[in-house]
Design a protein around this ligand. Structure first.
Ligand code: FAD
Length: 294
């Protein structure tokens, strides 16, 4: 397996975007069977450059995340990054998780602060890290891992000082040693380009991969966007309202919207696309097909 920074450098030489897929650990054996038996084989036909697997709130999926990453790498030959969060971990625990990741052949970590489980407030663990930048610095010092960081085109929801302050914290994460940034989902490309221009103005060379979610369910996307502070543009939200309970029409609109979003992002210089797949294959494959990238 390879460092994602090297995979991306090779793609840049060919002028092709770096395409990645994000998954979350399944909750049931049935979910696991569907993922490895159907979803992932279908997605592999698009020849992604890498994948990533999330880390549950409060570190609840520690073993599963590492196991799934290892299995994707071993069974499908696809470089896969493990997400890792600071929450509820001491430095010593994080060190142990990184040793285990290295033993499993994992070479890339998305270093995050993490969110507390529902109903709890964020609190630094005694002997742990307060911000993702500290985890990134710890990873850099340890060595052996390619490192990604999270970026927020609209500013992070907790950053009351506003988005530019949050973007300065992102520059801090890159200066601490992150190789690349993956953004939170967003629906107005102007937000992505504003952040990209800001980073360029700060002399940041690390690639900023836009995070794209194909909307399949109006209620679900409204819930996600409220949780993470990603705005739904008015025209987009009212079209979803018009489509109401027509699930197939919502799905088609989600694909059409994401296709147009991705096309403009790539035309205007985005270095790749990171898809929040929600462990599903059809919409992502259709979008990549529309873009002639599958
Ligand atoms: P940080 O960079 O630490 O930022 C957290 C807050 O602190 C921000 O408001 C920031 O502006 C502020 N801040 C940062 N540095 C400083 C400083 N030096 N001084 C003062 N304030 C500062 N969550 C999970 O639980 N599991 C996952 O697998 C997961 N995957 C994700 C993948 C992507 C691509 C993204 C975009 C997010 C993901 N998240 C995940 C969510 C993420 O953990 C939360 O959004 C979290 O609240 C912020 O994480 P961060 O790494 O950006 O934190």
């Amino acid at each position: 397996m390879r460092y994602i920074r090297d995979i991306h450098a090779d793609k840049q030489v060919t002028g092709q975007p770096t395409i990645s897929f994000e998954f979350f650990p399944f909750k049931t054996p049935q979910g696991e069977a569907t993922f490895f038996g159907k979803t992932l084989p279908a997605l592999m036909t698009a020849k992604p450059d890498y994948a990533s697997v999330t880390y549950g709130a409060g570190g609840s999926t520690r073993e599963k995340t590492l196991e799934i990453v290892e299995r994707i790498q071993n069974d499908f030959g696809l470089t896969t990054m493990a997400h890792l969060t600071c929450i509820k971990h001491t430095r010593a625990e994080i060190g142990g998780i990184l040793d285990e990741a290295a033993n499993r052949g994992i070479q890339n970590i998305l270093a995050l602060r993490g969110d507390p489980p529902p109903g709890e407030n964020w609190a630094q663990t005694e002997g742990g890290f307060e911000y993702a930048s500290e985890l990134i610095a710890f990873l850099r010092e340890r060595g052996g891992f390619g490192i990604g960081a999270a970026g927020f085109p609209e500013g992070h929801i907790d950053c009351v000082e506003g988005r530019e302050t949050d973007w300065r914290h992102l520059v801090g994460k890159i200066n601490s040693g992150a190789d690349f940034v993956i953004t939170q989902m967003f629906f107005d490309n102007a937000d992505y380009f504003r952040l990209a221009d800001f980073l360029k103005g700060q002399g940041v060379a690390a690639p900023l991969f836009p995070g794209i979610i194909p909307v399949a369910n109006a209620g679900q996307i409204k819930k996600f966007s409220a949780m993470c502070g990603a705005k739904l543009p008015e025209s987009f939200a009212s079209r979803l309202d018009e489509l109401g309970d027509d699930a197939e029409a919502v799905r088609e609109y989600g694909i059409e919207y994401a296709t147009a979003q991705c096309r403009e992002l790539l035309d205007r210089g985005a270095p790749g696309l990171h898809f929040y797949t929600l462990n599903k294959s059809k919409a992502v494959l259709q979008i990549l097909g529309n873009l002639d990238l599958a």
